[in-house]
Write a protein that binds this ligand. Structure first.
Ligand code: NAD
Length: 285
């Protein structure tokens, strides 16, 4: 249902690969709320995915770019402003990739060239986007920028590997640039820390199904879906959240504040049934 929250606004959405992508849902919701968008992804992703289909559906300009290359990002901003007739109001960074995860290199056996690629693609690209936008003065006053992150930036999660380091850096960039962009141009910058979500990037993480199941059961409201994440992004792009900046905002059904749930406690106790000492007491240690 549309509330026209983004009526007349223009935005750039990075990272829509296919209809499971969080960026795909965000782009659709932005247009539904009255915005015009342009889309960007790598030439490889555009060949392999369905971004062209989305661009056609949303009547959006599609601009191929590797987000680690500053010259290509400059083109994205130039062509977007040209196509949409002026500066933009919002931007989504929805990009993540770890060659170490792909090649199944564990955290105690990282390839350092690949680690640099992980950081460049998943975190530094955000700085590059912001710096390009800032230098071109491409974002209107009171504009809003969002990047997607994950709770493994704060708490160790089995299998998330070097992406945890990338997300910690991404969140830090949002704060550091948020200060400068806020003070100089009243542009706000936030990260949304999303629940595990079944997408192409998500399913590459080791043990992803169990992780999703665990957080679904541990969160009082259950996991947040990609469509719900899109709704949350809309609020941040809208004028209703003008003074929210430099924040990492959890969108995870309450997971990040949980320690132990009733169900998990019951299950935990069950797992020790049968392990009792000579007096019939359950052994915990
Ligand atoms: N899926 C989850 O469980 C989950 C949870 C929290 C946060 N996130 C984050 O959400 C964001 C979107 O991921 P998704 O889950 O929708 O998966 P996705 O695979 O649909 O999206 C990842 C996108 O990154 C793009 N990309 C990779 N390398 C790039 C580069 N060099 N330049 C430009 N684009 C590049 C891919 O082409 C793809 O479109 C990522 O930052 C991810 O870490 C995902």
């Amino acid at each position: 249902m549309s509330h026209n929250l983004l009526k007349g606004k223009k935005g750039i959405i990075f990272g829509a690969l296919n209809d499971m992508s969080i960026a795909w849902k965000v782009a659709e919701r932005c247009v539904e709320e009255g915005a015009t968008v342009s889309l960007s992804n790598t030439p490889f992703a555009i060949r392999m995915g369905n971004t062209e289909e989305l661009a056609e559906k949303l009547n959006a300009k599609l601009i191929p770019a590797d987000a680690t290359k500053v010259e290509e990002l400059e083109q994205v901003f130039d062509e977007s402003m040209q196509a949409m007739g002026g500066k933009i109001d919002f931007m989504l960074h929805s990009i993540g990739m770890s060659p170490n995860v792909r090649k199944k290199r564990t955290y105690d056996d990282l390839d350092y060239h690949m680690l640099n690629q992980t950081l460049d693609i998943s975190a530094i690209s955000f700085h590059k986007m912001l710096q390009v936008a800032y230098k071109k003065d491409a974002i209107n006053e009171w504009g809003s920028v969002v990047a997607l992150t994950y709770g493994a930036a704060h708490r160790t999660m089995y299998g998330y590997n070097d992406m945890a380091d990338a997300k910690a850096m991404l969140e830090s960039i949002a704060r550091s640039f948020g200060y400068i962009y806020g003070r100089k141009r009243s542009v706000r910058i936030n990260t949304i820390s999303q629940s595990p979500t079944l997408t192409t990037a998500g399913s590459g993480i080791k043990g992803f199904d169990s992780l999703m199941d665990f957080s679904e059961r541990m969160s009082p409201l259950g996991n947040a879906t990609a469509a719900e994440c899109a709704d949350y992004c809309i609020t941040l792009f809208s004028d209703l959240t003008k003074k929210v900046t430099m924040q990492n905002l959890f969108h995870d059904g309450g997971y990040s504040s949980m320690g132990m749930s009733y169900r998990a406690m019951e299950q935990y106790i069950k797992s020790f049934e049968g392990i009792k000492d000579e007096d019939g007491n359950v052994i915990y240690g």
